[in-house]
Design a protein around this ligand. Structure first.
Ligand SMILES: NC(=O)c1ccc[n+]([C@@H]2O[C@H](COP(=O)([O-])OP(=O)(O)OC[C@H]3O[C@@H](n4cnc5c(N)ncnc54)[C@H](O)[C@@H]3O)[C@@H](O)[C@H]2O)c1
Length: 365
């Protein structure tokens, strides 16, 4: 059996990707390598870990010894590098962990992959691939029109985006300089099951259910291109199997929505499955619907106004297309959070309690 390594596989997208691989493949061992920061939780992988072909290894991508041991022990044919510090607001509070994991960690993964690749037999070298999972945030912010293509210059605006941009450059350089067979994907905002409730959509679902305020940054008109996480997983798998070595591929859902529109859809879906009129937390406040919980708060510093992805390349070259639109994706998402109270309680048992992060006036770490 060949081995796939998924770094960051206990986080939001990594977890979804592990389940995706379990459903789409039969003949791979899956090694999940994760440091289990606040964002990673083995509880998310509970069902996956019941399968004999899934192995969990606790480790840090920024630790050369951990990375060397990972390659030596597990001899992967394919590597997916999801591991990252991923929350923009946290990067504003303090960028140290972002530089360490996103930049140094990617560098150590590339070094580990290069040393491993160099000693492979020619037939194994032909199969080996290193896919780095990145974001559309590396491109910066757009005006009212246009969309990011793979040729758009990088102009990251947050410390998170800057470290992801630097990592992309390193991956590219390891291909150009050392011939490492790399691929990069730059995806738009994801939503779906297993997302830590500091991010917009799960935060809003859980706050709404408890009758807590739905905090909207600035005027709520910042636009993102939303993609259901399973569609991101299918795109990554397609790029790994069909993508041209050394290339990068943008992934997006063609679903531009501003934050107020996201909330409208979310409240509509909540209303269908958990009507406000029957929710004691809402009734206690004397409110009639979830929308009344919206509260405008101070904007995020350096908040990018608009992202939009041109995903013509992956669609035309690799024949990928998303399966879900925003309504069907949000329906599945809301239903999932309603049905997995156990998961929501478990991942919120740590230090974070949905408080606001990333205002510069707070003391930075
Ligand atoms: N969430 C999105 O909307 C989105 C969109 C595009 C791209 N991405 C990218 O996809 C990847 C995954 O994002 P996510 O939303 O699942 O993030 P996440 O924060 O939910 O998960 C990150 C995972 O990485 C692990 N991790 C952190 N530091 C580590 C280290 N030093 N060594 C090993 N593991 C470590 C964490 O424990 C966690 O399990 C990231 O690279 C992110 O930049 C995310």
């Amino acid at each position: 059996m060949k081995t796939i390594v998924v770094t960051g596989g206990a986080g939001f997208i990594g977890t979804n990707f592990v389940y995706y691989l379990l459903s789409k493949t039969k003949d791979y061992r899956l090694v999940v390598f994760d440091k289990l920061t606040y964002a990673g939780n083995l509880y998310s992988l509970r069902d996956a870990l019941r399968a004999k072909r899934v192995v969990f290894v606790k480790g840090d991508i920024a630790e050369p010894r951990n990375v060397r041991a990972l390659f030596l022990r597990h001899q992967p044919a394919l590597v997916f590098n999801f591991a990252a510090e991923s929350h923009v607001d946290r990067s504003i509070e303090g960028a140290g962990d972002f530089v360490r994991t996103n930049l140094t960690g990617t560098f150590q993964m590339l070094e580990g992959a290069r040393a491993f690749y160099n000693q492979l037999k020619p037939e194994d070298r032909r199969q080996f691939r290193f896919l780095h999972v990145s974001t559309d945030e590396v491109y910066g912010s757009l005006g009212k029109t246009g969309a990011f293509s793979e040729n758009t210059s990088y102009a990251p605006n947050s410390p998170y985006a800057a470290t992801k941009a630097g990592a992309d450059h390193l991956v590219r350089a390891y291909h150009e300089t050392y011939g490492l067979p790399t691929l990069i994907t730059n995806c738009s905002n994801n939503y779906g099951p297993f997302q830590f409730p500091e991010k917009l959509i799960p935060l809003m679902v859980l706050n709404a259910l408890e009758g807590k305020a739905l905090p909207v940054y600035g005027d709520g008109k910042n636009v993102r291109d939303w993609l259901y996480v399973e569609d991101h997983c299918s795109a990554i798998w397609r790029v790994m199997n069909k993508g041209r070595i050394g290339e990068k591929y943008n992934i997006g859902g063609n679903t531009e929505r501003n934050n107020l529109q996201v909330l409208q859809t979310l409240c509509r879906q909540l209303e269908r499955f958990r009507p406000a009129a029957k929710n004691p937390a809402i009734l206690k406040l004397g409110l009639k619907n979830y929308g009344q919980l919206v509260k405008f708060v101070k904007d995020r510093p350096g908040h990018d106004r608009r992202y939009a992805i041109n995903s013509t390349k992956i669609k035309k070259e690799l024949g990928w297309k998303p399966k879900y639109n925003f309504d069907s994706g949000m329906e599945k998402t809301v239903q999932w959070y309603l049905s997995r109270v156990d998961w929501c309680e478990k991942v919120q048992s740590g230090k974070y309690h949905r408080e606001r992060l990333g205002l510069i006036s707070r003391r930075s770490k």
